[in-house]
Write a protein that binds this ligand. Sequence first.
Ligand SMILES: N[C@@H](CCC(=O)N[C@@H](CS)C(=O)NCC(=O)O)C(=O)O
Length: 374
Amino acid sequence: MTTQAATFELEMTRFIRAPREKVFDAFTDEAAMSVWHCPRGLHVGEVSSDVRVGGRYRITMVTRDGVVHGVGGVYQAIDRPEYLAYTWAWDGEGDAAARTTLIEVTLTEKDGGTQLHMRHTGFPDAAVRDDHNQGWTSVFNHLEDYLDPEGSARTIVIVGSPISTYVRTVCIALAEKGVAYTLKPAKPHSPEVDAIHAFGRIPAMYDGPLQFYETRAILRYIDEAFDGPSFLPANGVTARARAEQWYSVLDDYGYDAIVKRCVLPYLFPASADGKPDRAVIDAALPDIDRVLATLDAAYGKRDFLVGNAPCLADYLAAPLMHSLSQVPEGPALLARYPNVQRGLAVMQARPSFLSADMERDAGKVVPLRKVSVA
Ligand SMILES: N[C@@H](CCC(=O)N[C@@H](CS)C(=O)NCC(=O)O)C(=O)O
């Protein structure tokens, strides 16, 4: 993908694993357009398309809050399945001609699929062009999901080891949304991870050409980009802040005490005799206890950390508590906190938790696989 700053044009290419005719029709067929023709996180409202030179089309894209963005134009050239040109003007006040840009789509057969090249010209300035670059990237992720036989498992790729609690949190979150993805096993600081993550940690994520890292940011993206249950409580600012509070407690104090200072010394003993470092683990135990006591009070009689549905803090808590339960000190520590235990058991029973099975995957090279949870 290249942008040409000087002329305020945008050129994008995307390989789509579908025949040219299907890709072409996706651009002109009303039913197809109504599925994919908007960025992630929005949906298509109305679509009309009079597919002949001089004919008009119109699409509305609607945000979750109901804000409608309308766009339309006139077909300039139609040469199925190779080339399509049409004008593009967002609804707005004032001179329509000044708002009108031109789109040219060229489709070429390549590697059993289609190379899509889009040239979008006539932007008034770099900022508008850059907005369209971002928008089209997301729209083409939708297009790829729609046309590729593997759907979103092709565009959404999680990079990281399945034994990582953070990786597992993201996998749980995707499964809760019902989003198919591919898990690409990679260790921290490996070339695959370093290619995306400035600090070499896992997880990292692709959505098509878009790259993300840091679990909280990845969760934010997944939550806003996909339909399905929200990762934050719907009922008020206090509940949402509380969910963030418990996420942060787990992310900071929880991960440090449980994983860094207790689980990892067992998994990767640093001492010369190959035994877990007792002093490190013993020093972690009071801090783990403090985290558990805090969370136990937070659960109270409920099954989830906030309200009556899981939120992003529960997605982080479950893999952390699960990994604690696997070390020798874990069961006795957890036994003192029945609310934490109940919260873990409730999450462990959910299909989203079962779809990313840590024991099954531990130490194995996990083949690329599609995970979708109904
Ligand atoms: N702040 C990061 C933390 C991720 C993290 O620490 N992941 C661990 C694996 S669970 C890791 O990559 N550790 C390697 C290291 O610490 O160098 C996030 O939220 O994604």
